[in-house]
Design a protein around this ligand. Structure first.
Ligand code: CAA
Length: 697
């Protein structure tokens, strides 16, 4: 008997307990323990219940063991033994029953679940397919093939109640283990061969084939380059085409194949990176401050989105604006945004009213006096921020946290406007703030430990993914955007079309290409910021096309045209002839001999520029870990999750290759636009990658 699996007798029923905190993952000792306890139960009990301690059944395989040699018994062996048990087994499903956990439940003969349990096969989210019978047993159990297809290919969990509805469990009960024991007593001594899912025969028919054909097209489209969802779906299809023994072999081979792919490595990397970025930095100690009421300055797009985030999480929010008219507008927008969800069933009218009731409004700074956390989302200039923080300093109660949502400005300077810089930090949200998961927390020089911990705590309470940045122009995310966008603009000057640049990068997996993003954000934003800066000629030339577009009234989507033209009704984009003309004029004016540019060059130049700037950010200590940078780009910028993030991607390409290209470009004709990072060059020379840097620091 191993420590993490034990059993007790309840009359004639053996209850086998899995106890492997925090999530009861199926680590080697758990698998071994299940086999041992099962053997014991065969002689001592008439039936057995498999249950998990700590309110959770089993959250799946131990992800940390992936990629290492499997120590027997592997999960397929364990589940063979489970299904072949001489006594019936009932799974008592509570909490997270995911991946190998659900596969274990499927190998049992009966299943009882709590209503709120989460059941799912999330393997595709880790770039895998369920490798221990999930794709073979699930379609043999469910009433409707469509449900099996959705569960396997989306990776999204369902509740116990839903599981009952679709035939995945035999009953739902508040205390699953007690109901499971009752059921075990009832079925003890009864024949149960018909409950072994491997014995169920499936036949491929023309309608089933048509269902798979249609699903494959849909899944491939939604996957945007991720390979696992389609492979997992094809494994379900194999359940109809092959006998169980062969189907399970094919499924296992698919799992072994996928686990070795860069995609799966990248997705596992980002899974752990997200958990790591939410942890306090070493040497930061204390407890978060108590936060009950939130104050928000500014009811525009950002302020409104931030207010929605907190109201959705149940916090009362006071919103401050300069005028009643601005408040009216902001409140109407928030209500309209929430109300859009009524038609799709995401929220009820009462739900919208409840959230609106959490929002109160004012035009007087004094009314923020009872707020515990005040987030400023006003106009992005230092003069305005200075004034706002001086005023906040006068009205905020002692111990209140004063946060700025600035995207670029120096937070140390903002903090210095107050008599309490230790209470000031950055909480940088991404638009639309109520939807985008990233919260970049900016840790200023004087920010107190418990203020930083409070921001991490609020990220958790509002279901955001945090990443900590130190102060520096543009912090992590926006700073890295500059060299990325610079290369995208240069590629257009050198001969690529806006469509080609965007397509190469959406083919790479980005949610949107950089040129479409610029049009969406508004070309006038970059234009104004460039006018405020003292740029050299090289830098001015990079954005000459964008500047001319703005000067001719093409501001992007909002004006109906930018680099592209937009259909006023559908917003569908097409080539903008005015932009094509401007591009040609600028190329001629700058004396550029255009050339055909390959997609590979577009990807290399933009992605290497991004990783190189990330390496600068890391080398300067603005980011603590390369994996935090990956989190920022995944959650804030639509970077393809299955590539892991800009830094992980660089490691998969190989830092020596990156270093070689950076040297080549920085010695080439556009040398002024390249500044290879010392850290990157050193790691490349030492044969190390960013992951090694993270581990050593
Ligand atoms: N293996 C190893 N460690 C795991 C793990 C797993 N399957 N699931 C969670 N953990 C770890 C986390 O890394 C975290 O560790 P730290 O505290 O050291 O950071 C800890 O457990 C707690 O996890 P969370 O912070 O995520 O806790 P939560 O309560 O917010 O979420 C959860 C719990 C929903 C189970 C979430 O952790 C999760 O989604 N886990 C992954 C589940 C999964 O993908 N399972 C399928 C695995 S693949 C498989 O099973 C293949 C197969 O067919 C054999």
């Amino acid at each position: 008997m191993t420590h993490s699996v034990s059993s007790e007798m309840r009359g004639d029923i053996a209850v086998i307990w899995i106890d492997n905190p925090p999530v009861n993952a199926l680590s080697f000792h758990v698998r071994q323990g299940i086999v041992e306890e099962l053997e014991k139960a065969q002689t001592q009990a008439k039936a057995a219940v498999l249950a998990g301690r700590g309110g959770t059944f089993i959250a799946g395989a131990d992800i940390r063991e992936f990629g290492k040699p499997i120590i027997e018994p592997g999960l397929p062996t364990v589940l063979e033994a489970v299904e072949a048990s001489a006594i019936p087994l009932v799974a008592a499903i509570e909490g997270n029953t995911l991946g190998g956990g659900l596969e274990t439940a499927l190998a049992c003969h009966y299943r009882i679940s709590s209503a709120k349990a989460k059941l799912g096969l999330p393997e595709v989210k880790l770039g895998l397919l369920p490798g221990a019978g999930g794709t073979q047993r699930l379609p043999r159990l469910l009433n409707d093939l469509g449900d099996a297809i959705t569960i396997v290919s989306s990776g999204n969990p369902i509740t116990g109640s839903k599981a009952l509805e679709i035939g995945l469990v035999d009953g739902v009960s508040e205390i699953a283990v007690e109901a499971a024991i009752e059921l075990a007593e009832k079925v003890a001594g009864q024949p149960f061969e018909g409950r072994c899912l491997s014995k169920v025969e499936l036949t491929m028919t023309a309608p089933i084939k048509a269902t798979f054909d249609a699903a494959e097209i849909e899944v491939a489209k939604r996957a945007r380059g991720a390979i696992a969802p389609l492979r997992a779906l094809q494994s379900v299809r194999a359940a109809y085409e092959l006998p169980f023994v062969d189907g399970i072999k094919q499924e296992r081979a698919g799992f072994v194949d996928l686990v070795a792919t860069d995609q799966s490595k990248a997705l596992r990397h980002i899974f752990f990176a997200e958990r790591q970025s939410a942890k306090p930095p070493v040497n930061v100690a204390g407890t978060p401050r108590k936060i009950s009421r939130i104050g928000i300055l500014g009811a525009g797009t950002m302020g409104g989105g931030i207010a929605m985030t907190y109201a959705e999480a149940g916090f009362p929010v006071t919103m401050l604006e300069m005028s009643e008219a601005a408040l009216d507008k902001g409140f109407a927008t928030m209500e309209a945004n929430w109300s859009r969800g009524i038609r799709s069933g995401r929220i009820t009218a009462e739900g919208v009213a409840e959230r609106m009731a959490r929002l109160s409004r004012t035009t007087r700074f004094e009314d923020l006096g009872d707020c515990d956390l005040i987030i400023e989302a006003v106009f992005e200039t230092m003069d305005v921020k200075r004034e706002v923080f001086q005023k906040l300093d006068k009205v905020a109660k002692q111990g209140a946290i004063l946060a700025t949502n600035t995207s670029y400005l120096d937070i140390n300077e903002i903090a210095a406007q107050t008599s309490r810089p230790e209470d000031v930090l950055g909480m940088h949200y991404f638009s639309p703030a109520n939807i985008m998961p990233l919260l970049e927390i900016v840790w200023a020089d004087k920010t107190a430990d418990d203020v930083l911990l409070s921001a991490l705590d609020m990220a958790k309470k509002t279901r955001k993914t945090p990443a900590i940045s130190r102060v520096g122009h543009g912090f992590i995310g926006n700073r890295m955007l500059t060299p990325y966008l610079r290369q995208a603009n240069l590629l257009i000057l050198e001969g690529a079309s806006p469509e080609q640049v965007d397509k190469a990068l959406t083919d790479f997996g980005w949610a949107m290409g950089p040129i479409s993003v610029s049009d969406l954000a508004g070309l006038d934003i970059g234009y104004k910021s460039r006018k405020d800066q003292d740029l050299d000629d090289h830098e001015k030339h990079v954005y000459l096309v964008a500047d001319r577009l703005v000067e001719a009234g093409n501001l992007g989507q909002k004006s109906g045209s930018g680099f592209y033209e937009y259909d006023p009704k559908t917003r569908a984009r097409s080539e903008n002839p005015a932009a094509t003309k401007i591009i040609e004029e600028v190329r001629a004016e700058l004396g550029i001999n255009t050339r055909a540019i390959g997609d590979e060059e577009i990807v290399e130049r933009t992605m290497f520029a991004l990783a190189n700037e990330g390496a600068h950010v890391l080398g300067e200590g603005v980011a603590q870990r390369a994996s935090d940078i990956d989190v920022v780009y995944n959650h804030g910028y639509g970077y393809p999750r299955w590539r892991g993030g800009p830094m992980f991607y660089a490691s998969t390409v190989g830092l020596p290759k990156l270093a070689e290209r950076l040297v080549e470009w920085s010695n080439g004709s556009s040398s002024q636009h390249w500044n290879p990072s010392d850290l990157l060059m050193t790691l490349a020379e030492q044969g190390k990658n960013f992951g090694d840097f993270d581990q050593e620091n």
